[in-house]
Design a protein around this ligand. Structure first.
Ligand SMILES: Cc1cc2nc3c(=O)[nH]c(=O)nc-3n(C[C@H](O)[C@H](O)[C@H](O)COP(=O)(O)OP(=O)(O)OC[C@H]3O[C@@H](n4cnc5c(N)ncnc54)[C@H](O)[C@@H]3O)c2cc1C
Length: 281
């Protein structure tokens, strides 16, 4: 199928984008890497009157270490994150997750902000941002505001972004040197979206875990922070059995085309065991 007709503007500045969004409202769509949007246009799942191409806005791209945070511009590609020495050093969870996102050709073009704004429930970056307690900055003609990652994902492909808002960058606090991260995912084939995945982070002191964060994806309409399983691990060495049991209170996965709810739950338990072993190692 082909996309319906639309007007196209390649934006030269964020100010121009905000003006255009203010004028056209939800009849306009932002085009970042286009790796998800173009497919939805071609399948006529979306039919905007105007595409605003933001892909050349250099100010929205790049990775900077600022004080105790890493700032990632919305237009930073998956591949740039995968290859960044700053990410490997300060946010190894992102470096571990990146190779699981699609294939090299898509990672070279698809963007961090595009993935977060799309909010696919099986995507890797949203869960990582929740585990890392990231803060999103969004801009509109009315100014900027910050939204915590944990409050950003509202439902299936639905976020706290309002019409006429652009996600500009994400600030992620750098975990202390005594933190460990683990990223585990099961997919039908390498590069496919996850059946179930888990982004995990914890402070590990001689094998005892604290400040545990377990963010699951592929198990619901949004990423899920498994608070009961996290509490079950607090102060423990690696009580995977207790965490797996507590997961029943955190997750209520729905079946999809390939897996039953029970299979997803079993996979989530298995991934929890693997992640805990890595965190406590
Ligand atoms: C074959 C295939 C496999 C894939 N596998 C995976 C996978 O395993 N894991 C995964 O996470 N993703 C996967 N993807 C999706 C890929 O990661 C996309 O790059 C990403 O989801 C969207 O980023 P994009 O820059 O291409 O955004 P676009 O497609 O350009 O935009 C996506 C949506 O976000 C909006 N948007 C974009 N940028 C902003 C912004 N800064 N502010 C506000 N709204 C914005 C757009 O208007 C649009 O609605 C796959 C894609 C393909 C084609």
């Amino acid at each position: 199928m082909k996309a319906p007709a639309f007007a196209y503007i390649r934006a030269r500045s964020l100010a121009e984008v905000l003006d255009l969004l203010e004028k056209h409202g939800d009849r306009a769509k932002l085009l970042a890497g286009g790796q998800s949007l173009i497919a939805t246009l071609n399948m006529r799942l979306s039919s905007p009157d105007l595409l605003i191409d933001i892909s050349r806005l250099r100010d929205l791209s790049g990775i900077q270490v600022r004080g105790g945070n890493v700032r990632i511009g919305a237009l930073t590609t998956h591949a740039e994150i995968e290859r960044s020495p700053d990410i490997t050093r300060h946010l190894p969870l992102l470096a571990q997750a990146a190779p699981h996102i699609a294939h090299v050709a898509i990672r070279n073009v698809g963007t961090f902000g595009g993935s977060l704004a799309l909010a696919d429930p099986a995507a890797e970056w949203p869960a990582c941002c929740i585990a890392l307690d990231a803060r999103f900055t969004v801009a509109s003609k009315r100014g900027t505001r910050q939204v915590k990652a944990r409050e950003f994902f509202k439902g299936l492909f639905s976020t706290a972004l309002r019409p006429a808002e652009v996600l500009t960058h994400v600030d992620i606090p750098i975990p202390g040197s005594d933190y460990r991260s683990a990223f585990v995912e099961l997919a039908r084939r390498r590069g496919d979206y996850a059946i179930v995945g888990l982004a995990a982070l914890a402070k590990s002191t001689r094998g005892a875990l604290s400040d545990v964060r377990l963010a699951f994806f592929g198990v619901g309409a949004t990423p899920v922070l498994a608070k009961n399983a996290m509490a079950a691990l607090e102060g423990k060495s690696s009580d995977a059995a207790a965490a797996a049991k507590a997961l029943a209170k955190d997750l209520d996965p729905a079946a999809d085309l390939y897996s039953s709810a029970a299979t997803k739950m079993q996979l989530a338990r298995a991934l929890t065991g693997r992640a805990i072993a890595a965190l406590a190692a």
